[in-house]
Design a protein around this ligand. Structure first.
Ligand code: SAH
Length: 251
C-alpha cells in the first residue's frame, strides 16, 4: 500500500520535476539561523510548518529527527528571490544553471532513508543550493558535499556559512569520484542521477553504511535506490520512481 501510494504520488512528481530555464542565483539577506537550536521564527515559519504537516508527515515520512530538520531549515533562503513565494510549495524549483532544488517531500524521503544520526559522517553528491546539505547538517556535524558547477559550489558554500551551517564542507569536483579524503562515510546521499552506481561511492561507504541514489538513463525512467554495504556484500533495494537532473561527468 505504502509503496503503491508513493508510486502514485511520484507520477505526479515526475510530471512536475524539470530542469527549468535558469534564473540567476540570488543572495537574499536574512539573519543567520544557528543549526543546533530550534528554528528561529521568521516570516515563513507558518508556511514551513504547513509544508511539513501536509506534504511530508501526512504522506509517509515519520522519523521525528527528519521532520524536525525540515521544520528548522529556512528553505526560502535556498531559492532565488523571485521564487520566494513558492519556496514551500510541493514541487522543485529552478536554482540557475539548469539545476533544481528538489521537492521538499523528496528531500525528506531521501534523508529518512539515509538514517543519519549524530556522529555520522555524511557525503552528498550534488550540492546545488545547499538545502539538502543543511538538512543533513541538522542531523550530524560532519557533512561533505560535492558540486560540479563551480558557481553553484561557491554560492552554496557562502549561503551555508551565512546561515550558520558552518560544519558543511563543499568541494567543486566531479562527485562520481566521491570525496576520498574523508572516506569512509556512514551515509551517502546523491541528488543527481547517474546511469549506474559509481564504484568509487560504494568503495567510500563504511561497512553498514547506507547510500540513497537515483539511478537511470538521462531523460529516462529513474529509480531511487537504497544501497547498504555489509562486508563484501552490497544490498540494493528499489524505493520508487523519480526524476532527477543527470549526474554529469567532469573532464
Ligand atoms: N541537493 C541540491 C539539489 C541538487 S540538483 C539542493 O538541495 O539544492 C543536482 C545537482 O547535482 C546540481 O547542482 C548539479 O550541478 C549537480 N551535479 C551534477 N553532476 C554532478 C557531479 N558529477 N558531481 C557533483 N555534482 C553534480
Amino acid at each position: 500500500m505504502f509503496l503503491f501510494w508513493r508510486f502514485a504520488f511520484v507520477s505526479v512528481l515526475m510530471a512536475m520535476l524539470c530542469t527549468c530555464a535558469a534564473p540567476p542565483v540570488s543572495t537574499p539577506t536574512v539573519t543567520a539561523v544557528p543549526t543546533s537550536t530550534p528554528s528561529v521564527p521568521d516570516a515563513f515559519t507558518a508556511q514551513r510548518q504547513a509544508m511539513v504537516a501536509m506534504q511530508i508527515r501526512a504522506r509517509d515520512v515519520r522519523d521525528p529527527d527528519v521532520l524536525r530538520a525540515m521544520e528548522t531549515v529556512p528553505r526560502h533562503e535556498f531559492v532565488p528571490k523571485e521564487l520566494l513565494a513558492q519556496a514551500y510549495n510541493d514541487h522543485p524549483l529552478p536554482i540557475g544553471y539548469g539545476q533544481t532544488i528538489s521537492q521538499p517531500y523528496i528531500v525528506a524521503v531521501m534523508t529518512e532513508l539515509a538514517q543519519v544520526k549524530r556522529g555520522d559522517r555524511v557525503l552528498e553528491i550534488g550540492t546545488g543550493s545547499g538545502y539538502q546539505a543543511a538538512i543533513l547538517a541538522v542531523l550530524t556535524d560532519e557533512v561533505y558535499s560535492v558540486e560540479i558547477i563551480p558557481a553553484l559550489a561557491e554560492s552554496a558554500a557562502e549561503r551555508l556559512k551565512r546561515l550558520g551551517y558552518t560544519s558543511v564542507r563543499v568541494k567543486n569536483a566531479d562527485g562520481y569520484n566521491g570525496w576520498e579524503e574523508y572516506a569512509p562515510y556512514d551515509a551517502i546521499v546523491v541528488t543527481c542521477a547517474p546511469d549506474h552506481i559509481p564504484p568509487p561511492l560504494i568503495a567510500q561507504l563504511k561497512d553498514g553504511g547506507r547510500m540513497v541514489i537515483p539511478v537511470g538513463p538521462v531523460g529516462g525512467f529513474q529509480t531511487l535506490r537504497r544501497v547498504i554495504k555489509r562486508g563484501d556484500q552490497v544490498l540494493s533495494e528499489n524505493v520508487m520512481g523519480v526524476l532527477f537532473v543527470p549526474l554529469v561527468r567532469g573532464k
